[in-house]
Design a protein around this ligand. Structure first.
Ligand code: BMA
Length: 332
């Protein structure tokens, strides 16, 4: 393949560990996982499914912290090295012109997307059931909440890091009010971050016979990464077993101008629950990616993922290798 072009920033200070000797894995885990433990805050039951971005020479993030009342809350955090996090003990609050939309019910599974220097937060927002909340911040202190992007029920709202054909763009996963035994990824556009439309179907779960880890439901993970091969999307997939759901993650490549067209999709997973901290916890057997940091010079990527709905893990890889893997193993 011609030399792959990756869009984004140089991030020489991103968190990194070399592939362990002898490993043939496309993505490998941080040896000190979990990178964020469940009780980093005195009031946290668990810290997982969280989003981090480069910010002012270091890193900032929005974290899912379920408290010891088991309420789902979002908290802001900062870090110099993206390994050691200082998470605010007080939950994040949003400023919202509309009291009805701004009334907090619950929030979980945040993503943070940088577009033209401004940070956009999307999360699963309680409003008569789960839907996609949208807010923006310039400083990780004041967060301005916009309208919910969709009516309930919806989860896994993930924005693209630039406008596409002149509009904001988002992936989402329409769902139900419970633990949703189905789920396809859709694409929507917005001219103003308030009205979302032009909905397009992106991907359905895979046939069981082709790729069982993603045969029940799927959902977008970290913010897609723009490359000369298309948008690299890391997404979770679910297998329904006799003992409940198993969450793994894999990769797909979407068309650059029409991201609802899937060019390639990995048959094998990149990461599935295998380590103790992924298999044991409040919800066993969950690897749920919500954020990635990458460096365009080296092609390195670090993916943050929730482990067993309890702690946060970190995995590493090289974008060109993940793209080669996605194409080579594609089930499309
Ligand atoms: C999904 C979401 C995630 C969670 C996963 C596994 O439906 O609720 O927050 O990690 O289930 O429990």
């Amino acid at each position: 393949m011609d030399k792959l072009k990756i869009t984004g920033n140089s991030l020489p200070n991103m968190p990194w560990q070399d592939r362990p000797e002898g490993s043939k894995e496309v993505m490998w885990r941080y040896s000190e996982n979990p990178v964020i433990r469940r009780d980093l805050l005195p009031t946290s039951n668990s810290i997982f499914n969280s989003a981090v971005v480069p910010f002012e020479g270091g890193f900032a993030g929005v974290f899912r912290c379920d408290d010891t009342n088991r309420r789902m809350r979002l908290h802001v955090g900062f870090s110099k090295d993206a390994f050691n996090w200082d998470i605010n003990p007080e939950p994040l609050t949003f400023e919202c012109e509309d009291k009805e939309i701004g009334a907090w019910v619950y929030g979980y599974d945040p993503r943070v997307c940088c577009i033209d220097g401004r940070f956009y937060v999307t999360w699963c927002n309680g409003y008569h059931g789960p839907t996609i909340g949208v807010a923006w911040t310039d400083d990780f202190k004041t967060f301005h909440q916009e309208e919910n992007a969709f009516i309930p029920f919806n989860r896994n709202g993930v924005m693209f890091p630039r406008k596409i054909n002149g509009r904001f763009a988002m992936l989402s996963r329409p769902s139900d009010n419970g633990h949703t035994p189905f789920g396809d990824i859709f694409y929507s556009e917005s001219p103003d971050l308030k009205f979302w439309g032009r909905h397009r179907h992106v991907m359905a779960p895979a046939p069981f016979e082709d790729s069982a880890w993603q045969c029940t439901k799927i959902g977008a993970g970290p913010i897609p990464i723009e490359t000369s091969e298309g948008w690299l999307l890391i997404y979770h997939g679910v297998l329904a077993t006799c003992n409940g759901f198993v969450y793994s993650f894999g990769s797909a490549i979407l068309d650059i101008d029409e991201p609802w067209k899937v060019k390639y999709r990995s048959g094998p997973y990149l990461i599935s629950p295998q380590k103790d901290y992924e298999c044991m916890g409040d919800v066993p057997n969950v690897c749920f990616p919500c954020a990635a940091l990458h460096d365009v010079e080296s092609g390195r990527i670090a993916v943050y993922y929730g482990c067993a709905d309890t702690v946060t893990g970190l995995t590493f890889g090289y974008i060109p290798e993940i793209i080669e893997f996605t194409k080579r193993t594609s089930i499309i």
